[in-house]
Design a protein around this ligand. Structure first.
Ligand code: FEC
Length: 313
């Protein structure tokens, strides 16, 4: 009989419905319920993207299914992979995923996050929670901390950048006149003094994607900063767009490299909010397609899991 290896696939999570937004937001705020106006503002953003449907849930479900299929397609002679979801801010929580594996009799597992870059505030906190539950539940787990320079990931992003640059050319723009704006979720500035690798890893991914796509006209910018009093990493994409338009840049391609799915931070922050600013500035803005279940992305994840398993073998 084949040995079963668990794969805990961790992701941010999204509310189950509009009624669930309050509980979800309270969890993000570490148990502090949002004020009514904050809650309304977040619900309005979800309603604006898809009228109350939450695309991240379906995207994560499909990524997890396809990763399991990809891992088992590789047909290791003595192992079968079983993927479990573990979400940061909603059910099934990271802890639920680990307990589910233990209840299914899985003794050995690998954890991976659907976010390529490591920060103690993002991937680090997913791993910390999974590790603590795995120790309690008696599951031997190892983790992939980042995969931001995996060649297949770089290729997947570069293909998307090239495809949208071609779309610009079809509308009459010159490829070299398009400013490529690589972006990622901002975090509080204090991560820099903590020696966190997040910013450097994002810059490394940006450089590698630009090189692969043959792009020299690019810069990195942040997006989706939290609504808290402390300073967050900047410049924000909206400010970057304003500054570039003052320098007469008319074509911009925003390329979020820190996200792997269509969700609120892409479909609202970029497709609605940044598009509105682009219209005001008379700038033509496009966005690269999200990876979702892109074959190269699934192969990246599968390769990372297999490499981790071989290390432990
Ligand atoms: O579509 C969806 O339902 C979920 C979209 C979503 C993703 C996401 C990814 C990241 N976040 C990261 C950091 C923070 C920090 C805070 C924070 C707050 C929010 C709020 C919403 C939200 N995030 Fe998020 N994030 C998504 C959604 N995020 C909604 C609350 C309202 C707001 O501020 O807009 C501040 C709270 C805190 O201190 O914890 C920090 C990072 C990522 C990318 C890595 C990852 O996926 O884990 C980093 C998707």
């Amino acid at each position: 009989m084949k040995k079963k290896i668990g794969v805990l696939v961790m992701s941010y999570g999204t509310p189950k419905s509009l009624d669930d937004v309050e509980a979800y937001y309270t969890h993000i705020r570490r148990g502090n319920p949002p004020a009514p106006e904050q809650l309304k503002e977040l619900k309005d953003r979800y309603e604006a993207i898809v009228g109350g449907v939450f695309p991240l849930r379906e995207n994560t479900d499909r990524q997890v299914e396809e990763l399991q299929a990809e891992l088992n397609r590789l047909e290791l002679p003595d192992a079968e992979f079983v993927c479990y979801q573990g979400l940061k801010h909603t059910e099934p929580f990271i802890e639920d995923g680990v307990r589910h594996m233990a209840a299914d009799g899985i003794a050995e597992a690998v954890g991976i996050v659907l976010a390529p870059h490591y920060s103690t505030m993002s991937v680090g906190s997913y791993i910390k929670r999974a590790k603590a539950t795995a120790e309690e539940a008696g599951v031997r787990m190892s983790f992939i901390e980042s995969y931001h320079l995996h060649p297949k990931l770089i290729e997947a992003f570069a293909q998307r950048v090239s495809a949208k640059l071609d779309a610009f050319v079809e509308t009459g723009a010159k490829r070299e006149d398009v400013k490529v704006l690589f972006s990622a979720h901002s975090l509080p500035e204090r991560i820099l003094s903590m020696g966190d690798p997040y910013r450097d890893q994002l810059l490394e991914t940006s450089e590698a994607v630009a090189e692969k796509a043959g792009v020299s006209n690019w810069q990195f910018t942040w997006q989706s900063a939290g609504r808290t009093a402390e300073p967050w990493l900047g410049p924000d994409v909206l400010d970057t767009m304003k500054e570039l338009s003052e320098q007469d840049v008319r074509y911009m391609l925003v390329s979020p490299l820190g996200f792997v799915s269509d969700h609120l931070e892409v479909l609202y922050d970029l497709d609605i909010e940044a598009q509105q600013v682009a219209e005001e500035l008379d700038v033509r803005l496009m966005r690269i397609d999200s990876l979702n279940t892109d074959r190269l992305y699934m192969e990246t994840l599968a390769d990372c899991v297999l490499t981790e398993c071989r290390k432990g073998a």
